[in-house]
Design a protein around this ligand. Structure first.
Ligand SMILES: O=C(O)CCC(=O)C(=O)O
Ligand SMILES: [Fe+2]
Length: 346
């Protein structure tokens, strides 16, 4: 046996063992309410080996049964049939694009907020740059990616209507097949600070794999054209075995465009240009990236929902000052404590 073959076989055996431990972790989570710290490692190994069949079933197995949710809020402008079609598209292709979900006025306000509240620069590939907290200057961007803190976002009254929206919860639940849990609130800029796509800024193809199943809502807050960093996705790659073994087995890392082009047809490369207010709902278990900006910039707001605490720890977010008693957001939060279990309203 050659050395290379030996390492391949050893890796396969290790992943098979981790897959067994993964199933054991799922059973512990369900029957003992215990979430072993190694379970994320096992979840990853099992994905590399099996391509995701267990994950999506386990997400429902560990999830809470459906909540009584109404189509009230941002998505109520769509008919029931339009939302059924959108959900079908999402399930089949891994993404769906909904236009004009946010008004221009709303986007303008968020754009202002993004230049008033502090955010953070991000270290780039090769360790260049620093992490510093400052307010964003659009004319002189300080980094290729500029992130806002989840607690700052959820504490902002302008953004709260977007975060506490029943129709979004309902759509997330319909996709996930179990009650949603809000596990990420994010907003960031992509800029022309560097002309080279950056891995740390998610500008190379990758799949996300922090938990069993999740769904992301990407809201464009600025107009996005082919040069200003469109979000990009490989259609159908979210399916079980949707990412071929040779790419999966490279692990939790970034892939070059060439590597990805070897396995997928060009018609499945979807680059989402769109006006501000556009919503892309996407299962980022499929391959995706934010194409780097060639000119202009992009501000994006994101929500993610999952079905259980299994996987990496859900970062706790704090709303401060607390939501006003009687406000729409507070009422929704009180009605659905399960959804907002990682949010503290102090
Ligand atoms: O910025 C983008 O469009 C990609 C972001 C990304 O990879 C993610 O949100 O998982
Ligand atoms: Fe990602």
């Amino acid at each position: 046996m050659t050395r290379k073959l030996f390492f391949r076989v050893r890796l396969l055996i290790q992943r098979a063992l981790h897959t067994i431990l993964f199933i054991n972790d799922i059973l512990q989570a369900r029957y003992l309410n215990r979430f072993p710290s190694e379970s994320h490692k096992h979840l990853l190994s099992a994905f590399y080996l099996t391509g995701g069949f267990i994950h999506k079933r386990a997400a429902v197995f560990l999830g809470k049964s459906d909540l009584q949710l109404a189509n009230e809020g941002l998505l109520s402008k769509f008919t029931e049939q339009e939302l059924v079609d959108a959900l079908d598209h999402l399930k089949r292709e891994g993404y769906v694009v909904l236009e004009d979900v946010l008004t221009s006025e709303f986007c303008s306000r968020i754009l202002e907020v993004s230049q008033q509240i502090p955010g953070q620069t991000r270290i780039m590939d090769g360790g260049t740059g620093t992490v510093s907290r400052l307010t964003f200057n659009r004319l002189n961007p300080p980094s290729i990616r500029f992130d806002y803190d989840g607690s700052d976002l959820i504490s902002n009254p302008e953004l709260q209507p977007l975060i506490f929206d029943e129709s979004i919860l309902k759509f997330a639940q319909n996709y996930l097949g179990a009650a949603p849990i809000l596990d990420l609130v994010a907003m960031w800029w992509h800029t022309t600070y560097s002309s080279i796509p950056d891995k740390e800024a998610a500008q190379w193809f990758h799949f996300d794999m922090d938990r069993l199943k999740w769904i992301k809502f990407f809201f464009y807050i600025t107009d996005v054209d082919a040069n200003s960093g469109p979000h990009t996705f490989i259609a159908k790659s979210h399916k079980s075995l949707g990412i071929p073994y040779n790419l999966r087995t490279k692990g939790y890392q970034r892939l070059t465009d060439n590597e990805v082009q070897m396995y997928f047809e060009s018609k499945d490369f979807k680059e989402f240009t769109g006006n501000r207010g556009t919503l892309i709902v996407e299962d980022t278990r499929g391959l995706h990236k934010g194409k780097h900006c060639i000119s202009g910039d992009r501000l994006l707001f994101q929500l993610e929902f999952t079905t259980s605490q299994f996987g990496t720890v859900i970062p706790e977010l704090t709303i401060s000052p607390p939501l006003k008693v009687g406000s729409k957001s507070k009422i929704l939060m009180d009605r659905f404590p399960h959804v907002f279990q990682a949010i503290k309203n102090i």
